[in-house]
Design a protein around this ligand. Structure first.
Ligand code: DX5
Ligand code: ZN
Length: 219
């Protein structure tokens, strides 16, 4: 069943010189989740932040800390992000040969488990993972950077996964990430997404614009 739309601003687009202040600002502005993009310069062509930054940000918000790991390997780092305060840890299905084991390891830390699919990865790849999932992330850009353009072919994937979640009667967040803005958000929701990541669309215009940006995304 598609849940009410929640907004997960990606702090990749925040001012990295004042991340604590930025997290407090988007929390106050109405963010439902805080989306933390972790990149290793190996799985994706960019390097961002690690578990120590998640730990530093944890006291600044009570909202869901939604950690998106664009790293490989994943398993050696799960405990560090769980201990740092992640509420959800999402791994890329392409990051290694044993995604089922990775999801089990995330849940074993008492953290919700998510899987993320890059634009070229078909929804069939998660057919045997639904019973180990709390969140499915459909990447609508090739991961690595904020401010990219939305890849429209992913709407069909969102529809297919929504149908599968509903057919199985499961309670799984269906998240879309990359290039989402106030014009594209309604198309993602209509396709079946109920959790929207937005970096540049949230942070554009500075702190005084955050509340209106988030409201516009929620529709
Ligand atoms: C892309 C990241 C996304 C990105 C979203 O690699 O995974 O979360 O930060 O940023 P926008 O919304 O600007 O595309
Ligand atoms: Zn992300």
């Amino acid at each position: 069943m598609q849940k009410p739309t929640r907004i997960a601003p990606s702090i990749l687009s925040a001012d990295f010189a004042k991340l604590g202040e930025e997290v407090r600002a988007i929390d106050t502005a109405g963010a439902d989740y805080i989306h933390v993009d972790v990149m290793d310069g190996h799985f994706v062509p960019n390097i961002t932040i690690g578990p120590d930054v998640v730990k530093a940000l944890r006291p600044h918000t009570k909202k869901v800390m939604d950690v998106h790991l664009m790293i490989t390997p994943v398993d050696p780092f799960i405990k560090a992000f769980a201990d740092a305060g992640a509420d959800i840890i999402t791994a890329q299905i392409e990051a290694g040969p044993h995604p089922h084991r990775t999801l089990q390891a995330i849940r074993a830390e008492g953290v919700k488990a998510g899987i993320s699919l890059n634009p070229s990865t078909p929804e069939s790849s998660i057919e045997y993972l639904y019973d180990t999932l709390d969140l499915i992330l459909v990447m609508s850009v090739n991961p690595g950077f904020g401010g990219q353009s939305f890849i429209y072919s992913q709407l069909k994937k969102i529809e297919a996964i929504r149908a599968r979640i509903d057919a199985l009667g499961l309670d799984i967040d269906l998240q879309v990430d990359g290039g989402v803005n106030r014009d594209i958000a309604p198309q993602c929701i209509a396709a079946g997404a109920d959790l929207l990541v937005a970096g540049s669309a949230t942070f554009k215009g500075g702190p005084s614009a955050y509340a209106e940006n988030i409201k516009a995304l929620r529709g």
